[in-house]
Design a protein around this ligand. Structure first.
Ligand code: HEM
Length: 626
């Protein structure tokens, strides 16, 4: 899906993408870093300001999702306890390294030295009133007094080193592997720099939990600067990815309707099944054209067109011909433009602005967006005309609200301009996400025939071959859901996400960060954390089924794998995406046994914003005998 090259993160992040250059500098929000008067900041030292030695009672969280935290609290505490056993800073990392000695009283220095020598190092010093970096939520501390640590203790990757890693060592398309490397080297928290900006990278589930549970009413990912530049140049409204604050809240409130809840997503099952009928026909055509009569040489490509057709039909109520033998020219141009925009966005993000008039990247990037928006505009204009015609024919009650766009345009909550700014963003979000997840899922099912056989049995046990699965059927297909969860654990569509906590200072991992701190959430490495998931590199859907895994006693941390994000800013299309993938997989498994085509071999993932296979995935679809 989209592409976010998170400049903010000093890394590529879907959401961060493109972004962040104009983000408030990490430490800018609290210029002097001074503790503020008032109940929250009183007595606290701001990490990036003058580090005063202070003590605090951890604040009672102002978490808006309090109830969900409470329900997850037991699991969180247990899993956090498990995670706390994981290494924090590497033993070689002196915990107090870098703490400016002039700010430490001689008495405290003496105490620290004696504490370290008594305890033998970092872990024990942290235990003496401090917490390891991946320690659980502040709430776990109860009313204990805790001394916050200095940012100087956090390991740091300098700007030159980062550029070296990305452009010389070739991590530009391996940003997810860079998380693995950095976590192994620095532990679960490190600071990266890009230019003057600092980003706090978090690579353990308890740390992610601490940030995400403290977000406010209007969570911010990053400033999405390059996306906004395009919208500004063309006078377009911002959509859900690009906008913030109250405008975002209003937009989300309107867009959530008819999309967010499972029951609302269920309304689109018939539309999705109609697209799936055409997909199955197209699949059979491609099989028939192959040398073996059953092979699709590039399933990711086929799923891409399927996902585009499906989301367009849901959003715009219009079929756009992606599954026809001959795809309409404007659809082909749209697909090409999405590629153009993504491919160029990495350069548009990282190269300095003065290069824009000299190099082709920025222009290509904008051209890509322009085609994407004109494609959306055409579909919206058509729908507006249709609604107008209905109104003229039938008076104020004449418009028959049918699908999503129709609803948005007639509900009176979104102007046509806002709709125009939002729907292309939804369209972009709805294609690479589901298509790549489907590709990875089928790849792993092909490599694990016994899991595939069990899944086939489950599916036909609920919906026998020849019948079309419906939304209600998936309540009886736990393994199918587990396969998708496991796929998204291994290949989180957004391997790097981010949050800027704008409204308040925030305590994370025993450090107090000022307002506007940019946190980079390293989901890829977290969802492969061996302290949370046993044999984390292997595909084991059964781990998601209660009581059916050998180590069922293990408690998975609620933030170990959060592929759709968290809180009020979580994925808008989650329920649609789940339904779409379940309907398609169920139908495929009803009818085919899927095996790897010779020559496909082992796949690796490449971070082209989403995690995509490093080569074409050829699969054979062997018709099942019913
Ligand atoms: C496998 C499928 C998908 C996955 C794994 C996925 C994942 C995500 C994630 C991780 C986020 C960021 C959440 C956060 O920051 O907490 C997100 C945001 C979003 N997703 Fe999805 N997504 C998927 C499919 C879709 C689809 C089909 C749509 C379109 C209908 C969609 C629309 C959006 C939108 C509009 C946002 C931005 C929400 C906001 O900022 O308010 N996604 N998605």
């Amino acid at each position: 899906m989209f592409l976010a090259l998170g400049k903010a993160s000093g890394s590529c992040s879907l959401w961060g993408h493109v972004g962040v250059t104009g983000a408030p500098a990490l430490w800018a929000g609290d210029p002097a870093g001074q503790a503020r008067p008032g109940p929250v900041s009183r007595g606290r030292a701001s990490l990036f300001g003058k580090p005063r030695r202070t003590w605090l009672h951890p604040p009672r969280s102002s978490d808006p999702a309090k109830s969900s935290r409470e329900s997850a609290g037991g699991r969180a505490r247990e899993s956090a306890a498990a995670a706390a056993r994981a290494p924090g800073l590497p033993p070689s990392q002196p915990v107090l390294a870098g703490l400016p000695s002039r700010r430490v009283s001689p008495r405290e220095r003496r105490l620290r030295v004696s504490a370290r020598s008594r305890s033998g190092g970092a872990e024990k010093w942290a235990g003496a009133g401090h917490r390891p970096l991946n320690s659980p939520l502040p709430s776990c501390l109860g009313r204990r007094r805790v001394r916050l640590r200095s940012s100087a203790e956090i390991p740091s990757v300098g700007p030159l080193r980062f550029l070296f890693q990305v452009f010389v060592r070739g991590y530009a398309l391996q940003m997810h592997q860079l998380q693995v490397l950095n976590k192994a080297k620095y532990g679960p928290m490190w600071i990266s720099h890009l230019g003057p900006k600092k980003h706090v990278n978090l690579a353990s589930a308890p740390l992610l939990e601490q940030v995400m549970r403290q977000e406010g009413k209007y969570p911010v990912r990053n400033d999405m600067e390059q996306w906004k530049e395009h919208r500004d140049q063309h006078g377009l409204a911002y959509g859900p990815f690009t906008t913030e604050g109250q405008h975002w809240y209003r937009l989300r409130h309107a867009l959530n309707q008819r999309l967010l809840k499972p029951a609302e997503a269920a309304l689109y099952a018939d539309a999705l099944n109609e697209v799936i009928d055409d997909f199955m026909t197209r699949l059979d055509q491609l099989r028939a054209e192959s040398a073996t009569g059953d092979e699709v040489p590039n399933v990711a490509h086929l799923f891409y067109y399927f996902a585009l057709e499906a989301i367009s039909y849901i959003l715009f109520e219009k079929r756009i011909g992606c599954l026809e033998r001959s795809i309409p020219e404007d659809t082909v141009a749209f697909v090409r433009s999405v590629g153009l925009m993504f491919q160029n966005s990495i350069y548009a993000t990282f190269l300095p602005k003065w290069t824009r008039s000299l190099l082709p990247f920025w222009k290509n990037y904008l051209d890509g967006w322009n085609v994407i928006f004109s494609f959306g505009k055409k579909l919206i204009d058509e729908k507006l005309k249709e609604v107008e015609a209905q109104l003229q024919a039938g008076g104020p009650d004449g418009a028959q609200v049918s699908g999503y766009l129709h609803f948005l345009l007639t509900s009176g909550q979104l102007s046509p301009r806002d709709t125009m700014g939002s729907l292309p963003e939804l369209l972009m979000a709805g294609v690479d996400t589901t298509s790549n997840t489907l590709t990875w899922a089928l790849y792993h099912l092909s490599k694990n025939p016994e899991i595939q056989a069990a899944l086939h049995e489950e599916v036909v046990g609920v919906v026998p071959a020849g019948q079309v699965p419906q939304h209600k059927d998936f309540a009886h297909m736990p393994l199918l859901k587990a396969v998708l969860k496991e796929t998204l654990r291994l290949y989180p569509v957004v391997p790097i996400n981010s949050r800027v906590i704008m409204e308040k200072e925030i305590e994370v991992g025993g450090f107090l960060f000022p307002k506007n701190t940019q946190f980079v959430l390293c989901h890829y490495v977290v969802s492969r954390d061996p302290s949370i998931f046993s044999e984390p590199e292997s595909f084991q859907p059964y781990r998601w089924l209660k009581n059916s895994q050998p180590d069922a006693h293990r408690i998975q941390h609620p933030f170990g794998s959060v592929p759709f994000g968290y809180g009020v800013r979580a994925c808008l299309g989650r329920r649609i995406a789940e339904l779409e993938m379940q309907l398609l997989l169920a139908r495929l498994l009803q009818q085919y046994e899927v095996v790897l085509a010779p020559g496909t071999g082992e796949l690796k993932s490449v971070a082209r914003i989403v995690l995509v296979p490093n080569k074409k995935v050829g699969l054979r679809f062997l018709k099942r005998q019913h």
